[in-house]
Design a protein around this ligand. Sequence first.
Ligand code: ADP
Ligand code: ZN
Length: 226
Amino acid sequence: MRIVLLGPPGAGKGSLAALIKERTGIVHISTGDMLREEMKKSSQIGLQIKALVAKGALVSDEIVTRLVEYKVTHDPQMAKGYLFDGFPRTTQQAQDLDRILAKVGKPLDFALFMETNVEMILSRLMGRWVCRQCGALFHIKNRPPKKPGVCDVCGTELYQRSDDNKGIIRKRIQVYEISTKPIIDYYEAQGKLRRISGDKETVDVHDDLVKMINEESYQNQKSSGS
Ligand code: ADP
Ligand code: ZN
């Protein structure tokens, strides 16, 4: 499976990616996670990234694409398949990704657009708690940890991302509408866009995805006459 997850912040891309990774072992490439790793280093580039992320603005295409290109060309697990989450976020990034994937001979199967409404986004992001150590995602109401403030997976402390507050979330949604939504047309034009409702529980979205993939391969077999 070689896919890109598209959708607004809070559409459930990270949760779906984590579930697919757990079940299939394919590579999960989250540029948000990669940038947060860079931010932990107090390098000049780390500080530059931090200032942009704090505002809810996008990091430059050059920086993000360089990180992705390194990962794609160096991770041996890529052969099993991959899942991009939070990348591409601009048409430029989408074009760069096609170029990088062509170079390694692993073109995309499809881009999955997870459609979600704004109220859902706000309630998901404002209630979100993340593990400092392993990145596992929790939600105060929808997916509470067994012990408050502690990760079920690795026992580390949970935290709320500083960009998960109402003002910055609204800004991120705006940036999404302006910079990222046009990518939907980019993949539609390639015949690679698939749509799914992101308003459900992660396991249900996952089931819908599996159903969609099975139906498509059935249709493909029928049309190839076998
Ligand atoms: P979410 O999808 O919940 O908004 P992410 O973890 O994907 O969160 O991204 C957090 C922040 O990191 C974004 O608001 C942006 O500042 C930066 N970022 C992540 N991915 C990209 C990207 N592909 N291009 C530019 N900036 C990015
Ligand atoms: Zn953890």
